[in-house]
Each structure stands twice: as structure tokens, then as C-alpha cells.
Design a protein around this ligand. Sequence first.
Ligand code: FES
Length: 107
Amino acid sequence: MYYKHHIFFCLNQRDNGETCCAQFQAQQAFDRCKAQVKAQGLSGAGQVRVNKAGCLDRCAAGPVAVVYPEGVWYSYVDLQDIDEIVESHLKNGEVVERLLTPPHLGR
Ligand code: FES
């Protein structure tokens, strides 16, 4: 396994008025996650990779990010949530239960 945790942020932007993660500061969340992972020395092979994604088809739960290989989905609200995901999950391997995406929420 090349990365221990690989997190993808939906940054999808829609211009037709439909809900999308970009409406909810997804770009800022992605930037924050990347910065925090780097600052904590977690980035690189064998550690953590933070990537952009298009629509992950769970827009109703947005903004969302998903961590592989665990397949753990998060619906975050603010940048403090991102810090918590980095600290708890990406650094210490502990899932942040309170931010888990409700299983039934899809598109
Ligand atoms: S727009 Fe983000 S999951 Fe669809």
C-alpha cells in the first residue's frame, strides 16, 4: 500500500443552481487539510496523500471527503472539523465518529 491514508475532497462546482460541495468552502477545506498534513510531517509515501476530486455522487451529504483504503466518508462543516480529521484520523488512525456521513445520504 503506497499511502497509509488517501483522502479525496469533492471540489465540484455547479453553475446551474444545484447543490455542490464548492458552495460550502470545499476548496478552503482541501487547502487546510493539505497544509495541516504537510505541517505535521504526514505527507508522502507510506503516509498521507490529499487529493482533489470531482463529484463523488453524495452531494446531499456535502461537503464530503472520503478516506481510503478504509472507505470512511466525512461530512464536514468548518475548518476545525478538518483539523480534527487530520489529527484524529490521518495522524492517529482514529475515525471521527461525529463527522461520519450518514449512510443513507447519496445524491
Ligand atoms: S458535488 Fe460534492 S459529492 Fe457531488
